[in-house]
Design a protein. Sequence first.
Length: 202
Amino acid sequence: MLFRSPHPGAEISLKTASCRFFPLFGSFIYRLTSDAQSVTFATLAVLSYFESQGCIYLELRTTPRSIPTLSAYLSAVRAGFDAFRPQRGMLAKLLLSVDRRHSAEMAERVVELALGNRDLVVGIDLCGDPTRGDAALFVPAFAKASEAGLRITVHLGEVGRSCSEVFWLSALMWPAAGVAARESGGGFEIGAGSARARDVLV
């Protein structure tokens, strides 16, 4: 598979990649979207692809990065939305993600960015390698987002051997802090030892 960028010489073949899914972001994907132009290009390409597949409503998920600032990154994403001309009436909105590797301060900054762009951003997402970080650090930021009316999505259980009961209960106890996830993604590595987590998710 070959990813093509608007920048000459920036093509990267995944045939040479032997790493797992999550490291691909740092090793390849983030290198392909390392400036405003490429972020806008990728955003427009993804929106156009989903509409071509018959999608009528899309919540596109992206993790803000300092390119060169979080606000500038979101402006580049917004430019992709502005350039999108739906041919079949697809409606698209945005979710801003907090990576598990982030700090609590970064999570707060992402939520503030979302709250300042409510015309485009409809929710906050927890993403990233579930073997990294501590989801409990983000409870205050996600509670703030939820109280302000932003939707909450959580990606979890995407990597084998990462589904300890401690991890699952950390994620699933968020509702007690006022954070109720509207959607969950992944979850295909929930083992037999996580029956409580599976019951809550189902």
